[in-house]
Ligand binder design. Structure first.
Ligand SMILES: Nc1ncnc2c1ncn2[C@@H]1O[C@H](COP(=O)(O)OP(=O)(O)OP(=O)(O)O)[C@@H](O)[C@H]1O
Length: 259
């Protein structure tokens, strides 16, 4: 098997008395789409944030291309954030600037000295076309539907041509048609850009339609990693309950309080 592109190894993370990860171990390989699943509040978004150092680990190691992220300087982590782009929940667009400026945002942040205005405009056009929204640069985020906002957020993430895309709940709040549109885009971008993706989602249908592999987080650890087929055949009741959407009868009070 190829070397992992990203490796979480024995990661620990707590907020005050609340332990989120006691021993997180996960490898992500180049070019794959890996979906992270788990109940509300288990720490799926925290995992993405640890990777780009929006949060710091308490212990353990996080590496990208074999380089230790937890010990990088601010300048080095800036370089990683250019190569690992995050699509935040809801698209997280700035309402006060145009769609075009929103998509150009990361380009201005990371390539200010190397890209001309013309190149930036061309890249914005390229990214908006890839998400199926060409020529809407002049529109305002307030004029877009929820599905369009997510796609513009995705255009902003891909504009920097990252190696890795992190999707935080990309289909939450969307109707079935827009959900399928986003799933289709995630699959298409993987093919078109050969990008590695980590997707956090509650949406099982989405997870099964986009994933090469899936990982499930329960109480501070990954309890299962495998292909969608492995997951659908899993005998682990925690996995089966989750993917079938049935209330876990084994769930204890601690888990309920954490939700
Ligand atoms: N910066 C922070 N400070 C304190 N607590 C935090 C912080 N970020 C996250 N948490 C807590 O960590 C836990 C995990 O949060 P996270 O957002 O990763 O959950 P999640 O698994 O993505 O859940 P959901 O599916 O509901 O979005 C939550 O209880 C949250 O309140």
């Amino acid at each position: 098997m190829a070397e992992p592109l990203i490796r979480f190894s024995h990661v620990r993370k707590a907020f005050g008395p609340k332990t989120i990860y006691r021993d997180l171990n996960l490898d992500i390989f180049p070019g794959e789409t890996l979906t992270v699943m788990g109940g509300s509040g288990v720490g799926k978004s925290v995992m993405l944030k640890l990777l780009i150092r929006l949060l710091d680990v308490d212990g353990g190691s996080v590496s990208f291309h074999g380089e230790e992220i937890t010990r990088m300087s601010e300048r080095e982590i800036g370089g990683v954030r250019r190569r690992i782009a995050m699509l935040f929940q809801g698209g997280a667009l700035f309402d006060s600037i145009s769609v075009g400026e929103n998509v150009a945002y990361g380009l201005r942040e990371h390539f200010r000295d190397t890209m001309s205005e013309q190149q930036i405009a061309e890249r914005v056009d390229w990214a908006l076309s890839l998400v199926g929204l060409p020529k809407i640069e002049a529109m305002r985020p307030a004029d877009l539907s929820g599905g369009m906002k997510k796609r513009v957020g995705l255009a902003r993430a891909i504009a920097v041509q990252p190696e890795v895309l992190l999707y935080d709940e990309p289909t939450t709040g969307l109707d079935p048609i827009n959900t399928e549109r986003i799933n289709h885009l995630i699959r298409g971008l993987k093919k078109a850009l050969n990008v590695t993706s980590i997707v956090v989602t509650h949406d099982m249908k989405s997870a099964f339609s986009i994933s090469d592999r899936m990982a499930m987080v329960v109480r501070g650890e990954i309890i299962a990693v495998g292909t969608p087929d492995d997951f659908s055949r899993s005998k682990d009741p925690r996995v089966a309950d989750f993917i079938n959407g049935t209330a876990p009868v084994t769930e204890d009070v601690e888990t309920l309080l954490r939700a």
